[in-house]
Design a protein around this ligand. Structure first.
Ligand SMILES: Cc1cc2nc3c(=O)[nH]c(=O)nc-3n(C[C@H](O)[C@H](O)[C@H](O)COP(=O)(O)OP(=O)(O)OC[C@H]3O[C@@H](n4cnc5c(N)ncnc54)[C@H](O)[C@@H]3O)c2cc1C
Length: 260
């Protein structure tokens, strides 16, 4: 179960700090059989909140990856292809390994810390091949873990998310996202294939996160992202709110910045 939650090989979970694991399970109501939390979905999908956030931001440059940052007269020069700009503060909300690449040349102290928070790749296939789900339909769950031959395998975890049970979809056809499927899928039922990456939480993760929190903002460089928490959506938001608060920027809704 833990490997499915963190999308990592089952054997890697043995590295995961126990106190963080128990806290996570308690926060998400995973330790109780009754009185479970009521999960809700965002109407029309996650793109809706991206659209609303984007509407409040003046200038957005899409498809223009930041290549590097370098100190320039007490400020920071941001380089992206042939374009560059000078900024007082920069918030990197990319994955730890992506931020490390951006910082490697001119901010070695931050890059060294980031090296200790790696990401690992996972393959995801969007399809309608129900043969990956349990044979008995009444056993179909939102998350369906597929074990290999060994209980504590080092291979990437295989999970089949039944999206129809996670979101209100206007179809009875099973819509499945398979993470690292173990068997070949029916090619005629495959709708797309994607490569994602997930943070790897080693036993040192919590202390590295604390180090980063203490030094965050050094040289005007701020780090945010889900990897600074447990690796989930709410962790990305909480990390951004912490940075916003340190920069004296108020959250657009009351109270949440204080709670983060
Ligand atoms: C298959 C799958 C299932 C998941 N299920 C859940 C779930 O059920 N619940 C949950 O809470 N979370 C889930 N997650 C995790 C969730 O998607 C992540 O926690 C969240 O999206 C991470 O947010 P983030 O802001 O840290 O990173 P991202 O959302 O990945 O954002 C990083 C951004 O940085 C940008 N970027 C990277 N490099 C550069 C560069 N050089 N210059 C400029 N921009 C750059 C990228 O384009 C990207 O937009 C799942 C993830 C996957 C892959």
């Amino acid at each position: 179960m833990a490997a499915a939650i963190w999308s990592c090989p089952a054997s890697q979970m043995l590295e995961f700090p126990l106190s963080s694991f128990v806290t996570f399970c308690r926060n998400h109501g995973l330790l109780q059989v009754t009185n479970r939390p009521q999960w809700r979905t965002v109407r029309d999908g996650g793109r809706e909140y991206v659209n609303r956030l984007a509407a409040g931001i003046g200038e957005i440059h899409l498809g223009q990856p930041v290549e590097s940052l370098r100190p320039r007269g007490g400020k920071i020069e941001l380089v992206s292809g042939s374009v560059s700009g000078i900024y007082d503060q920069v918030v990197l909300a990319s994955h730890s390994d992506q931020s490390r690449t951006i910082l490697a040349a001119h901010y070695p102290a931050q890059a060294r810390l980031l090296r200790q928070m790696p990401y690992q790749p996972n393959r995801a296939v969007l399809h309608s091949d129900a043969s990956v789900l349990p044979r008995r339909r009444n056993l179909w769950a939102a998350w369906n873990y597929q074990s290999g031959h060994s209980a504590l395998s080092e291979r990437p975890v295989a999970v089949h998310y039944l999206i129809n049970r996670l979101q209100p979809l206007p179809t009875e056809t099973p819509v499945i996202v398979s993470l690292n499927p173990l068997q070949e899928l029916d090619p005629s039922r495959i709708h797309g294939e994607f490569h994602y990456s997930h943070p790897v939480f080693t036993r040192h993760a919590a202390s590295i996160q604390r180090h980063i929190a203490v030094g965050n903002g050094r040289d005007g460089i701020w780090l945010a992202g889900a990897w600074l928490g447990y690796g989930f959506h709410e962790d990305g938001l909480a990390s951004a709110l912490r940075v916003a608060r340190k920069l004296d920027a108020a959250a657009p809704w009351q109270g949440l910045a204080d709670a983060a």
